[in-house]
Design a protein around this ligand. Structure first.
Ligand SMILES: *[C@@H]1O[C@H](CO)[C@@H](O)[C@H](O)[C@H]1NC(C)=O
Length: 311
């Protein structure tokens, strides 16, 4: 029986399955991701994330929840929040995802007729999806950037967790690039964890994020989630590379209940080719760890997480 328990949770390295090259494994923790990062990401869908935050860490403080139109003149809303916990010595920068499949549709259409945005990360010029760029810029300008720098200045030794589900994963990844470029926090203080993230930027963006956050950049994906499986979205003739995924993907080809296994793969392109054989679904996007992506609006106490079998 003991043997079965251990076997149920082992890791297959993608290089062994699909023949791509994998370097060092990161210190990925399924437990940390399902019991902490995912509840935080889910709380971004709540009108106040504070209820879930206080359940996770009673001393948590919400600095602010920021809300903007994702791009100029369009109806869809992008949102994120900044919080911290002194007892955990951690600052949380969390982004909300698509409001609906319609929202994703509107984003694809916008991306297809607008140029990617070139941004600087450290000494590299990289290109990112113009919709995600606009949304993050608007959030940063509405006070998020000012508040992030203030909180980091106040607590320079705290870890910085940057996370989000769906479109929120892309905003988190670009935000992690901004944090590195502007030296807001040392990169070994930062965790970048995303769930069902769409392709966010070009190969140069992917490589830059990978080199800065090599061990603590975890891109979690669920079975046949339609969002990470989408094409690069650049239809307009473009001098830029099409968008690709960044490292490192943790793919759960199952319901993601506790102790189910996951597959680790570099950049996820080989996983994508396997996934493309299956029918991609929205259900696998709106459901991570076998709970709805909005579960945190009902609270995040350990009792609640156990009741819904998240942990
Ligand atoms: C993913 O899971 C499905 C259903 O169990 C299975 O048919 C498929 O072969 C799996 N894919 C991989 C690459 O393991």
């Amino acid at each position: 029986m003991l043997g079965i328990h251990f076997l149920a949770h082992f890791i297959i390295i993608c290089s062994q399955i699909f023949g791509t090259s994998t370097t060092l494994l990161s210190d990925y923790s399924d437990r940390l991701v399902r019991s902490n990062f995912f509840p935080l990401a889910s709380a971004a869908y709540a009108s106040t994330p504070l209820r879930c935050l206080k359940d996770l860490h009673p001393d948590a403080q919400l600095v602010h929840q920021y809300t903007v139109h994702c791009v100029h003149g369009k109806i869809h809303i992008c949102s994120g929040y900044l919080a911290y916990s002194k007892s955990e010595k951690t600052i949380y920068l969390v982004f909300k995802g698509y409001e609906s499949a319609n929202h994703a549709d509107a984003q694809y259409k916008y991306t297809q007729v607008n140029w990617p945005n070139a941004i600087k990360i450290k000494d590299k010029t990289v290109n990112v999806n113009p919709y995600f760029y606009s949304a993050l810029k608007r959030l940063m300008e509405t006070g998020m950037e000012r508040d992030v720098t203030k909180v980091i200045q106040k607590y320079p030794r705290f870890a910085l967790w940057i996370t989000g589900h769906s479109l929120g994963g892309s905003l988190a990844s670009i935000a992690a690039g901004v944090v590195a470029h502007k030296r807001y926090a040392p990169s070994n203080n930062v965790y970048l964890v995303t769930f069902g993230e769409p392709k966010t930027g070009d190969l140069e963006f992917a490589r830059t994020i990978e080199s800065i956050y090599s061990k603590r950049s975890w891109r979690v994906t669920h079975r046949n989630d339609i969002v990470p499986a989408q094409a690069s979205q650049v239809l307009k003739p473009s001098p830029h590379d099409p968008f690709v995924h960044h490292n490192r993907e943790y793919w759960y080809n199952n319901t993601m209940t506790p102790r189910e296994m996951y597959i680790v793969c570099d950049r996820g392109d080989s996983i994508n080719s396997v996934r493309s054989l299956a029918k991609h679904t929205w259900a696998d996007h709106w459901n991570y760890f076998n709970v709805p992506h909005t579960f945190a609006t009902k609270g995040c106490s350990n009792k609640h997480l156990r009741e819904i079998k998240l942990i």
